[in-house]
Design a protein around this ligand. Structure first.
Ligand code: SAM
Length: 256
């Protein structure tokens, strides 16, 4: 099979059917090697895509069209763990912010469903690769008449498009990258640094989070995030570094 046919085969599985082609191609690039048979290429690509995109999402979320926000937040691994802390977390992040605020939630998963926890009516833009999650969030925003929120399907690897989206934002701009950098690194090593260098200067604050326990067995990681804190420390100004539940949050900005 040629590359196009391999990609078509990979996305025949429903869970990958609405991923941006660019991301599927990137994953296939890891295995497009003569040492693998075509079936192996397809399998290995799907395994990698599952780790990056869909492992956190219960298949039930993808099948059902309409649920209340608490149900959805508890069916996605990342948001489920965060559920008891949302209110405290958003109050902390928005503690000093007045006026018009736009949150760009990059690799949002279903985090748009946490909109009711914001202490004020912010503009919210969820940016997510999985089309099914984008549709689910937009359905929720329209049912609940949350006019200031929307979700867009976009690969974070499309740097110029992400940059344009951020530039169009109104008021104070805050970027969330909750538990997303590890996913990006799985497809392209050091892409986080490229992304941050491009976007941090365009916004007022960035909040990155990492899991401090593994998804599978709940073991605490020895959490070596030195590459990240070293990089952020030498390029940007760290505002705070704190932990809620099993998640470590680091807030920073580009000093002007
Ligand atoms: C671990 S989940 C975290 C979800 C959400 N940020 C949260 O913490 O609740 C990572 C999310 O990033 C998305 N993602 C991974 N790579 C992406 C990419 N290149 N472009 C857009 N979204 C991506 C995945 O589909 C997944 O929903």
């Amino acid at each position: 099979m040629n590359k196009k046919e391999l990609i078509e085969k990979v996305v025949q599985k429903k869970e990958f059917s609405e991923l941006p082609k660019r991301d599927v191609e990137k994953a296939l690039g890891h295995f497009d090697n003569v040492k693998y048979l075509d079936e192996e290429k397809v399998k290995l690509t799907r395994d990698l895509l599952r780790k990056v995109f869909s492992v956190f999402t219960s298949q039930k979320i993808l099948r059902l069209k309409e649920r209340d926000f608490e149900w959805v937040l508890k069916k996605h691994l990342s948001t489920r763990e965060r559920f008891p802390y949302y209110k405290k977390l958003y109050e902390k992040i928005l503690r000093n912010e007045l006026g018009n605020i736009t949150i760009f939630d990059l690799g949002s998963g279903v985090n748009g469903f946490s909109y009711p926890f914001f202490p004020k009516k912010v503009n919210y833009v969820g940016v997510e690769a999985m089309g099914q999650l984008v549709d689910l969030m937009n359905l929720y925003f329209s049912k609940k008449e949350i006019k200031k929120a929307m979700a867009v399907q976009q690969s974070l690897f499309e740097l110029e498009k992400i940059k344009k989206l951020l530039e169009e934002g109104k008021g104070k701009k805050i970027v969330f990258l909750f538990k997303t950098l590890d996913s990006l690194e799985m497809l392209e090593k050091d892409f986080s640094k490229k992304l941050l260098k491009k976007i941090v200067p365009l916004v007022d604050k960035v909040v990155v989070s990492f899991a401090t326990r593994s998804l599978g067995n709940g073991q605490r990681f020895r959490a070596n995030r030195r590459w990240f804190t070293d990089f952020v420390g030498s390029n940007f100004k760290i505002l705070s570094d704190f932990e809620f539940g099993n998640e470590r949050y680091i807030e920073f900005y580009k000093a002007k």
